[in-house]
Design a protein around this ligand. Structure first.
Ligand code: ZN
Length: 266
């Protein structure tokens, strides 16, 4: 009788443990908000100082830490060559306009993203870095080519109302550079801007992606063309999209692969 009792207790305990584990093992539902909690992030800053990489570092690094991320900050691209360190990461955030990257540094960065580590960035820090490196541009999904008129007034249209990054956001105004980019026509575009002909008459009515997501290998890639200077992030929508994009990219290793191909030409 005593043995029977013990067996029942053990089976009950096993059942409870297994049901607890099965609840935990369930895949994240689509609505589970991405999070930086416990994520390992590398923040790399440098390049052309006109894009205020240092000021931007001081916006995003404290915020990521407050969200529970473990952030390593580097003002040097050499860190991309440290394969063990790179493989330990969940996310890379880079602001490095123009400049040059050595072959082994670039290979380290691309290998990390291809293997599943996310990358996120904005404006020239991701979308106008290392102009000679086409494989890098293949990863980003676009390259800056012009900002007609320099700093001007324009608006941003949120075209995807379902995506985590842009859900609940509406059209908003910017006083900044309106980036004209060469963009991979397959990326999933979340926000766009439309040009008038004031500064380049032939692009009157041209529509250009502002925010997109894609993959490079297994790594999530998030890009936002806003952020010419740190004060661009005083615009709540610009900051919010960047924060959500960073959180989204940080889930690269853990979340299910979401469809990103959205071909313009069929
Ligand atoms: Zn700029």
């Amino acid at each position: 009788m005593k043995l029977m009792h013990r067996t029942i207790v053990i089976f009950t305990a096993l059942f409870l443990v297994s049901s607890l584990l099965s609840v935990r093992a369930e895949p994240d539902s689509k609505d589970t908000a991405p999070s930086l909690k416990g994520k390992k992030v590398l923040f790399v800053w440098g390049g052309w100082p006109g894009h205020e990489p240092e000021e931007c570092r001081d916006i995003f690094v404290p915020w990521m830490r407050a969200e529970g991320a473990e952030v390593t900050v580097s003002d040097n691209l050499e860190i991309y060559k440290d394969e063990d360190f790179m493989q330990s990461l969940d996310l890379i955030v880079q602001i490095w306009t123009m400049g040059t990257i050595e072959k082994e540094q670039e290979q380290g960065l691309l290998k990390a993203v291809k293997s599943g580590i996310g990358i996120a960035g904005w404006h020239g820090g991701l979308g106008d870095a290392f102009r000679n490196n086409t494989e890098y541009q293949f990863m980003v999904g676009g390259q800056w080519v012009a900002h007609p008129g320099g700093v001007i007034d324009y608006s941003v249209d949120v075209i995807d109302k379902e995506d985590y990054v842009t859900r609940g956001l509406e059209k908003f105004d910017m006083h900044s550079e309106q980036y004209y980019m060469h963009v991979d026509p397959n990326v999933k575009v979340l926000a766009t801007t439309t040009y008038n002909g004031d500064h380049a008459s032939w692009i009157d009515g041209a529509v250009m992606p502002v925010v997109w997501k894609k993959r490079y290998g297994d790594g999530r890639v998030f890009y936002n063309s806003l952020g010419h200077v740190a004060s661009d992030f005083d615009v709540p929508e610009a900051l919010e999209m960047m924060k959500r994009g960073i959180r989204w990219a940080a889930e690269s290793k853990y979340a299910e692969k979401e469809p990103w191909l959205a071909p313009v030409y069929k």
